[in-house]
Design a protein around this ligand. Structure first.
Ligand SMILES: Cc1ncc(C[n+]2csc(CCOP(=O)(O)OP(=O)(O)O)c2C)c(N)n1
Ligand code: SF4
Length: 299
């Protein structure tokens, strides 16, 4: 049964004092993810902004078990944890692997594809801030076209964002879900569901980043909502092959209404050099994808 925002549990696993930038979307999403997963979990994560959130040994503001692994090795590390728990007869722990878009779309794809093909019993979370943020906002294959980064400083990125979620769906995981940090109850409910399922579960988590996207820190939740309202991010889940739009995306599909991408792009400094052609192409690609999603959901 789904809970509403007012019914979210009060237990906290992130204590005051994380080292993320002010206004970061990641701790909002992570906080609600941990509320759903509870203390009986082992997290493995590579170098990324999540490592920054976890802090510097021996101190951490996060009250869970965590292993720090190599940049490309998140799913391999998780596979080892799953095997170790099985060998020692521990069935009460959930193994969770979590990495950024650079560590997933680019560097981690091989280990993740292998683990998913072996139907490894773990939850893999890719939080997507659309660049290599931790090392200074370098372009990744998740960066959308038209964005200025430190490796696309003059001519904004020319290529479109890699459709990584589709690549993961082609692995036919036991559960696949998308989410955005601006919708905490949706995050909580999807992780509660993922926790109860066996096999490979893949979660894509859209996380606005004021530092890399250049927007005021007060606007994080607004930017995330605009991403969903303009269908740049679509909320859905795939369970045993069955596709379902969820939350705001479902109500948008029902009403047939969505916002143009302009406001979402204009609020972010990273799109300050987007050309008129790129903007039109950006909107066209969103429209095509959104119609595909609506059709798939039976609208
Ligand atoms: C093999 C290797 N190459 C490069 C690095 C340096 N490095 C650490 S974090 C990082 C960027 C991570 O980007 P992403 O996975 O998107 O996570 P984010 O920082 O955006 O949260 C890089 C390049 C590294 N740790 N290991
Ligand atoms: S760089 Fe972006 S994602 Fe990383 S901690 Fe700062 S705001 Fe968060």
């Amino acid at each position: 049964m789904s809970v509403t925002t007012m019914e979210l549990p009060e237990v906290e696993y992130i204590l005051p004092g994380t080292r993320t930038c002010a206004g970061c979307g990641l701790p909002i999403a992570y906080r609600h993810m941990l509320k759903a997963l509870g203390p009986k979990m082992i997290m493995t994560h590579p170098a990324c902004c999540l490592t920054i959130l976890h802090g510097i040994y021996p101190k951490t503001p996060v009250a869970i078990n965590a292993v720090n692994n190599t940049f490309a090795g998140t799913a391999a590390s998780a596979s080892g944890l799953v095997a170790g728990l099985k060998a020692t007869g521990r069935t009460d722990y959930t193994v969770v692997a979590m990495a950024g878009d650079g560590g997933t779309f680019d560097m981690g794809i091989q280990a993740l594809s292998g683990a998913a093909e072996r139907e490894t019993d773990f939850i893999y979370v890719c939080y997507d801030n659309e660049a290599y943020m931790n090392t200074g906002v370098q372009r990744s294959s998740a960066t959308p076209s038209g964005a200025v980064t430190t490796t696309t400083p003059v001519i904004p990125k020319e290529q479109a964002k890699k459709d990584f979620i589709q690549i993961m769906e082609a692995h036919d995981p036991a559960y696949l879900a998308t989410m955005c940090s601006s919708y905490p109850a949706d995050i909580y409910n999807k992780f509660l569901k993922a926790k109860a399922i066996k096999g490979t579960r893949f979660i894509h988590m859209a996380v606005p980043c004021p530092t890399g996207w250049s927007f005021p820190t007060k606007d994080t939740v607004k930017i995330g909502r605009l991403a969903v309202e303009s269908a740049v991010v679509v909320l859905y889940e795939v369970e045993n092959g069955a596709f379902r739009l969820t939350g705001k995306s479902l109500s948008m599909a029902r009403s047939g209404k969505k916002q143009p991408v302009n406001e979402y792009l204009e609020m972010q400094g990273r799109f300050k050099r987007i050309s008129a052609e790129q903007l039109a192409e950006f909107q066209r690609q969103i429209d095509v994808k959104w119609e595909r999603f609506r059709k798939r959901a039976g609208f």
